[in-house]
Design a protein around this ligand. Structure first.
Ligand SMILES: *Cc1c(COP(=O)(O)O)cnc(C)c1O
Length: 481
């Protein structure tokens, strides 16, 4: 027997619990019913009543004491209201990306331009000719809506689109080399992150990995001597997120394509990020464009829609007409195909590339990458006193130079000069790390979470990707002191 003073028997307390009907008709819940519907609120009331009964049976004294009081009814109804609102709230929130990684996979990669949103809205809310040929009145092909533009911009003969670039690689390998060997340099057997590893994708695609050369050096003769009757194709993979330096050698695309064609094989290049324009015009490091790789003789090139292109998640496959049409006929294509929203978004993005002079202004990703340092400096100067004002009891605030990354495996070593607001927690000895983690967590828990990066005992907010200064200021004012 517990020593506590039992004022009420469970039965008395049960009787004091609000009834479902009474709760639903309460002042507090009437508006909640209006907003979320009768059934959802009723379910929540039942759920909470059940929960309370269990607690009462288990002898929760403070609850027993509360329930028999008159004001418990209002308290209970408010609890229901919060529960219902919470269960309808989206967990997918917009955040402020101050990590310094511009194309951040965990933060949703590219932001869409306004032009794209208008197109998406129409396509999403109305019936469309997605797979309907308006000339013949017969079934059409969804690729029809993007293929011409992609070909125009890349110089490819044909194109098709799937769910992401991982799917593009899978589909190409499965179509062109199932049951056969794919020859690839050891130096290109990369892991991109999120469990995309070239050897594993080959296995899933049903082809046999034939690795050649060494980690740092692979020569044309390595490819030559690996070709046999079992060969399906030759492949080159962009080593996106790492770079081998020093005593290295890899074989240029021109030579690989020549060797492939002499042997009647296809040469496939997975570009990963894939860019359609020369990025050096924005002061960015040069990357081979998709059309350059095609000109160098690649039969198929795969690249991503939401990395350097700045569009929706998609994998784009371009190249020779006969190969692309084989790829389109693969039953896996049906499983990996994109929906109408992606097609609409991609086609709108690609159209923007037809006017290269305005890309920086129109594609948010390219705008972020090319953002002038003077602009970031000015932002830092304006925001520094505001950060200091809100955080002076918790951290020492300063402006520091930093380097932004392009991200998502694009150009890993090329860092862009930027400016950051840097917070160094004020803490007792031995508490610094705890206070730093707490500070970062408080920023993450804001209504619009602010995501920075922790490095060297400091919380760093790289301002390169900050869109809305006022919004950040508002979030700062909500931060616990
Ligand atoms: C990123 C990347 C992929 C995977 O692309 P997703 O669009 O993320 O599926 C494949 N290959 C390379 C070389 C990459 O960089």
């Amino acid at each position: 027997m517990s020593y506590g003073l039992i004022l009420n028997s469970p039965n008395d307390v049960f009787k004091a619990l609000p009834s479902v009907d009474k709760a639903l008709q309460s002042e507090v819940l009437r508006s909640v019913v209006e907003e979320f519907g009768h059934d959802a609120v009723k379910k929540a009331v039942r759920y909470k009543l059940d929960e309370k009964r269990k607690l009462i049976v288990n002898g929760d004294q403070s609850l027993c004491n509360a329930v028999v009081k008159k004001r418990y009814f209002d308290q209970f109804c408010r609890e229901i209201a919060n529960h219902v609102r919470g269960s309808f709230a989206s967990t997918l929130l917009s955040v402020i990306n101050l990590t310094g990684t511009v194309v951040h996979t965990n933060l949703g990669r590219a932001r869409f331009p306004e032009e794209v949103m208008a197109v998406i809205k129409t396509v999403a809310t109305q019936a469309t000719n997605l797979e309907f040929d308006l000339v013949t009145g017969k079934r059409g092909d969804r690729d029809f809506h993007i293929e011409r533009s992609i070909c125009e911009i890349t110089g490819a003969e044909a194109a098709t689109v799937v769910n992401n670039n991982a799917a593009a690689v899978l589909l190409v390998l499965n179509t062109l080399a199932q049951g056969k060997e794919t020859i690839i340099s050891r130096g290109e057997l990369v892991e991109i992150g999120g469990a995309f590893r070239i050897p594993d994708v080959m296995l899933s695609a049903g082809c046999i990995l034939k690795e050649i050369g060494t980690t740092n050096r692979t020569h044309l003769r390595d490819y030559e001597s690996a070709i046999s009757v079992n060969t399906g194709l030759l492949m080159k993979v962009h080593t996106s997120n790492y770079e081998i330096r020093g005593f290295t050698n890899s074989v240029p695309e021109e030579e690989l394509s020549e060797l492939s064609h002499q042997n009647g094989l296809a040469f496939v290049s997975d570009l990963g990020s894939g860019t359609l324009v020369d990025l050096s015009q924005f002061g960015l490091p040069q990357e081979p464009t998709v059309s350059e790789i095609l000109k160098k003789g690649a039969d198929i090139v795969t690249f991503s829609g939401d990395k350097l292109l700045g569009g929706p998640q998609a994998g784009i496959i371009v190249g020779k007409k006969d190969l692309v049409s084989q790829i389109k006929k693969n039953p896996l294509k049906r499983a990996l195909r994109v929906d109408k929203i992606t097609i609409a978004a991609l086609s709108a993005i690609i159209n923007l590339y037809k006017d290269p002079c305005r890309l920086k202004e129109r594609i948010p990703l390219l705008g972020d990458l090319a953002r002038p340092i003077e602009e970031i400096n000015a932002l830092a100067e304006r925001l520094m006193p505001i950060f200091d004002d809100h955080l002076k009891l918790r951290a020492k605030v300063s402006i520091e130079e930093c380097k932004s990354q392009i991200g998502s495996g694009a150009l890993p070593l090329d860092l862009l000069s930027s400016k950051a607001i840097v917070l160094k927690p004020i803490a007792k000895k031995g508490q610094t790390d705890f206070m730093l983690q707490k500070l970062a967590a408080d920023f993450r828990q804001l209504p619009k979470p602010v995501i920075g990066r922790i490095h060297d005992g400091k919380l760093i907010f790289d301002l390169r990707c900050l869109q809305n200064e006022t919004e950040l200021q508002r979030q700062l004012s909500l931060l616990p002191i």
